[in-house]
Design a protein around this ligand. Structure first.
Ligand code: ADP
Ligand code: MG
Length: 258
């Protein structure tokens, strides 16, 4: 079993504090869903975990098992088996998808790398994800539609086989068929590889395919409420207002008591 532990992380961007002593522990075999209004810092959390140095960690630590990875570079984190599919996957002109997958696979496990197995693995997954095989030889995400980019991220996950899988709004921009393909593929991957899933989503529809163990609502830089799948239905029906009101009332009393 592996564990990703986020311990009282405070993160700043452009002189603005986004996460305030944010804590969360995720074990392999578990599925966690992060929800919350726009702009509360959900993407910031995942990008900080992955080592995006635009985000400045003011205090707190990140651990992978017993290793303090707070200051690890993104590629070192990737080699440990941490993976992030970004909300807006970027285009990289001049690097084909195939090149990218080969380089990443090589750098992850040079000793066991076999080009033939990689090609077979790519073929199988392109087919499973119902992607156009020709995309493998195009520039990374160059000219890809939103949905095609999301599928390409899931292709990378399947090839690189991370054990901590973070997906930022993987369901945005997907048509119903692609949503089903990706939802089922991620669930299958999670079962076969005993990964830890940490997903950001706004909608129940993704959770028709991926069953969460834990649901966390983020607001004011931290998790303000924990629950299970039922919490998603509550939010779908009533929005975040009541949960936020309750949180604000409680935090006011806290201050009053101090
Ligand atoms: P969420 O994913 O919850 O919608 P984000 O983590 O993307 O929110 O953003 C949290 C806050 O940080 C927002 O107010 C956003 O404008 C700000 N922010 C994020 N990235 C940057 C950046 N690169 N430069 C300036 N502000 C940023
Ligand atoms: Mg976001």
């Amino acid at each position: 079993m592996h564990t990703l532990k986020i311990d009282k992380l405070t993160v700043e961007i452009e002189n603005k504090i986004i996460l305030k002593e944010f804590s969360l522990t995720v074990n392999t075999g578990e599925t966690h869903i992060i929800m919350g209004p726009n702009g509360v810092g959900k993407s910031t959390l995942l990008k900080t975990i992955m080592g995006d140095d635009n985000y400045k960690i003011l205090s707190g630590r990140i651990y992978y098992d017993d290793i303090d990875i707070t200051n690890y570079k993104t590629d070192e984190k990737a080699r440990l088996g941490i993976f992030l599919s970004m909300q807006y996957p970027i285009e990289i002109e001049g690097v084909t998808n195939a090149d990218f997958l080969r380089t990443a696979s090589l750098s992850k496990d040079k000793e066991n790398f076999k080009l033939y197995s990689l090609i077979k693995d790519i073929d199988k997954n392109v087919n499973d994800l119902k992607m156009d095989p020709e995309m493998v030889h195009r520039g990374l995400n160059v000219g890809f539609s939103g949905g095609e980019r999301k599928k390409n991220e899931i292709l990378q996950m399947n090839i690189l086989k991370p054990n901590i899988v973070m997906l930022d709004e993987i369901d945005s921009g997907l048509d119903v068929d692609s949503l089903k393909i990706i939802g089922e593929n991620v669930t299958e991957y999670h079962k076969n590889n005993e990964s830890a899933l940490l997903l950001i989503t706004h909608y129940q529809r993704l959770l028709d395919y991926i069953k969460p163990d834990f649901v966390h609502i983020v607001y004011d830089g931290k998790i303000i409420k924990n629950g299970d799948n039922k919490l998603v239905n509550v939010i779908e029906k009533n929005g975040y207002e009541k949960i936020i009101d309750d949180y604000l009332k409680n935090s006011k009393t806290d201050i009053g008591e101090k």
